[in-house]
Design a protein around this ligand. Structure first.
Ligand SMILES: NC(=O)c1ccc[n+]([C@@H]2O[C@H](COP(=O)([O-])OP(=O)(O)OC[C@H]3O[C@@H](n4cnc5c(N)ncnc54)[C@H](O)[C@@H]3O)[C@@H](O)[C@H]2O)c1
Length: 258
């Protein structure tokens, strides 16, 4: 098959949770540009409707649906809505993240709230959407984790800034998602579902100058990720071009941990 056909996402129904967020928008853009029909699902409908109308002006086939992944009924309602409107699901990008914990000494209740959404909720939406993909004849699941799920925090990045110490829950649930990827790749063996993970480094988002200075000098490419950097990986893993990649975690950090 021609590589252009292998990478083409035309006819694929793709769900991106948290698709109006920072990395989410880049992911949606890449998948839509490659021809996919992309559903953005998130809690804040105002925000996703705005994002969707902007994407539609570009001529892309992008849709919005509400979901709170911390609420099982809401997750099931999303599954029903996708089936009703599109009749199937081919790809799920599990990208949403909630950040109730801000630093190390936050109350432990904030850690528990984080687990409710980022561990229990993530498992719930993954299992429900995997079932839908299975009913649709198979497809691809892409978890978005983080390099922070693979390594401890480099506290020197925050020196001279007022950004504080990064919160522990994030390191816990991002690491969990990476190994859950391997678990699910085994569970869905024989069901034509591939499960992979991408662990990105930091996305440039006008961070404080001192942070950028600290961070960028540790990256062989000398910069944070830009809005295009994640697109290629998403299209590869969502498409038939990635048909033999399964159970993998791909670190995308500009070489920071080389
Ligand atoms: N931004 C970065 O620099 C960076 C770096 C590495 C990895 N990541 C990863 O990228 C992914 C997205 O992160 P981001 O920084 O773009 O986040 P973000 O905060 O910009 O967006 C997160 C999205 O998730 C949604 N969300 C939160 N709670 C939800 C819930 N209960 N139900 C449904 N949706 C919910 C939010 O509404 C938002 O749209 C995460 O997996 C994160 O770990 C981000």
């Amino acid at each position: 098959m021609n590589i252009k056909d292998l990478l083409n996402l035309k006819g694929k129904i793709i769900l991106v949770s948290g698709g109006a967020g920072n990395y989410g928008k880049c992911i949606v853009e890449g998948l839509a540009e490659a021809g996919g029909t992309v559903i953005i699902a998130s809690r804040n409908m105002d925000n996703i409707v705005k994002t969707v109308s902007k994407f539609r002006e570009e001529g892309w086939d992008v849709h919005s649906m509400p979901v709170d992944q911390g609420d099982h009924d809401s997750v099931v309602a999303l599954k029903v809505a996708i089936t009703k409107k599109f009749g199937k699901l081919d790809v799920f990008v599990n990208n949403a993240v909630s950040r109730p914990m801000k630093t190390y000494n936050d109350p432990i209740e904030n850690f528990a709230e984080s687990m409710r959404i980022n561990a229990t909720g993530a498992m719930d939406i993954l299992r429900e959407m995997a079932d839908l993909i299975e009913e649709s004849g198979g497809g691809s699941i892409i978890n978005i984790a983080s390099m922070m799920g693979m390594f401890g925090p480099d506290l020197s990045n925050y020196e001279g800034t007022n950004m504080g110490i990064p919160p522990p829950d994030y390191f816990f649930h991002r690491a969990g998602i990476i190994n859950l990827t391997r678990y699910l790749a085994r569970i869905y063996a024989g069901k034509n579902i591939r499960v992979n993970c991408v662990s990105p480094g930091g996305l440039f988002n006008n961070q404080p100058e001192r942070f950028l200075e600290n961070y960028n000098k540790k990256v062989p490419l000398g910069r944070m990720a830009n809005n295009d950097d994640i697109k290629g990986l998403m299209v590869l893993l969502a498409s038939d071009a990635g048909a033999y990649i399964n159970g993998e975690n791909i670190l995308m950090d500009g070489g920071m941990h080389a």
